[in-house]
Design a protein around this ligand. Structure first.
Ligand SMILES: C[S@@+](CC[C@H](N)C(=O)[O-])C[C@H]1O[C@@H](n2cnc3c(N)ncnc32)[C@H](O)[C@@H]1O
Ligand SMILES: [Zn+2]
Length: 307
């Protein structure tokens, strides 16, 4: 790296750290739960001196112990390419924005959105961009993921966001900090989601439906392995913790060329166990029509009744 690009990198990190510093009040120490403060563009420190340095591009790693996941840099790069170049999830972003607009008066206050299991950050970035284009208040986007590789790609790609390596079951944030919680194709922890959501906030959870990437399932799995899919159990569990305001079904096809289908094969855990030769013979076509079949659950907090 030459001197100019390394300086640019340092400036970028400083700018991102400065941005995160504006939101120091949302954090609590992952070790002792006390409030935290940003210190000299370098670290986030709690009142008991537990210190977490800002990493590359200004993200924070607030895990107590390192975790290795199967989601690697290649997967997140492929996911980003599909989202940015092929607009793979564009209708989903529009649906999410629509739901947020319907449930929250986005013009009233600065909007804070937490994406739980944000991966490489494109969903959060797109949703924040669309929302901030038609309101004159700030949209604060916070993305967490347990995979450092995902957060690294996110922080390199998207500035003016708070990117944190953390476990969504035990997050380093104070109670009731967020207007919106997004949880897209990722695990959930509804106790933690409830704790973090403002009383009038909204949770948006996205789960796959039976047609999701069915072309890959048909090519790679035998009849017996093709799980029959139902979201009813997921919906029941969601309803135990939140008022279910709506279930939206999204079913569309994306046309992908050969390079993009390679990205698709890399971006999904579905192909982790598939042999190379099966993958290669799948990649013989020039054009593919791939199904995206998703369900969006929209919920609000269940308020405890006053006696
Ligand atoms: C299928 S990916 C979806 C990522 C992103 N939401 C998207 O749609 O592109 C699932 C994500 O959940 C993350 N994840 C799994 N367990 C987690 C946990 N306990 N805390 C935070 N993130 C987690 C993974 O690292 C991965 O990035
Ligand atoms: Zn502490």
């Amino acid at each position: 790296m030459n001197e100019v690009s390394s300086l640019t990198g340092k400036n970028k990190k400083r700018k991102n750290v400065q941005y995160v510093g504006h939101f120091e009040h949302i954090f609590k120490c992952p070790i002792c739960d006390s409030p935290m403060e940003a210190y000299e563009f370098k670290s986030l420190i709690c009142s008991h001196n537990h210190t977490f340095d800002f990493a590359k591009h200004g993200y924070l790693n607030l895990m107590n112990h390192p975790i290795k996941t199967k989601y690697n840099k290649e997967l997140f790069e492929a996911r980003k390419k599909l989202m940015v170049d092929d607009k793979f999830f564009e209708p989903l972003s529009q649906t999410i924005v629509h739901a947020i607009n319907k449930e929250i008066d986005v013009k009233k206050e600065n909007l804070s959105i937490l994406d739980m299991g944000c991966g490489e950050g494109s969903h959060l970035s797109t949703v924040c961009n669309i929302l901030s284009s038609y309101k004159d208040k700030d949209v604060i986007g916070v993305g967490i993921d347990i995979s450092k590789e995902g957060i690294l790609v996110a922080s390199r790609s998207y500035s003016h966001k708070v990117w944190v390596v953390a476990d969504l079951a035990n997050t380093p944030f104070k109670d009731k900090q967020f207007n919106v919680i997004l949880n897209i194709l990722s695990p959930s922890n509804y106790g933690e989601f409830n704790r973090l959501l403002k009383d009038d906030g909204v949770i948006i959870k996205v789960v796959p439906q039976k047609g999701y990437l069915k072309e890959l399932r048909e090519a790679f799995f035998s009849e017996a392995e093709k799980q029959s899919y139902s979201n009813e159990e997921t919906v029941e569990r969601f309803k135990e913790s939140f008022n279910l305001l709506g279930r939206l079904s999204l079913d569309y096809k994306v046309i992908l060329n050969k390079p993009s289908i390679q990205s698709l094969l890399r971006m999904t855990p579905l192909t982790w166990a598939v042999k190379k030769d099966k993958m290669n013979s799948f990649m013989e076509k020039d054009v593919y029509h791939i199904t995206v079949d998703l369900e969006v659950l929209i919920g609000t907090k269940k308020m405890k009744k006053l006696k």
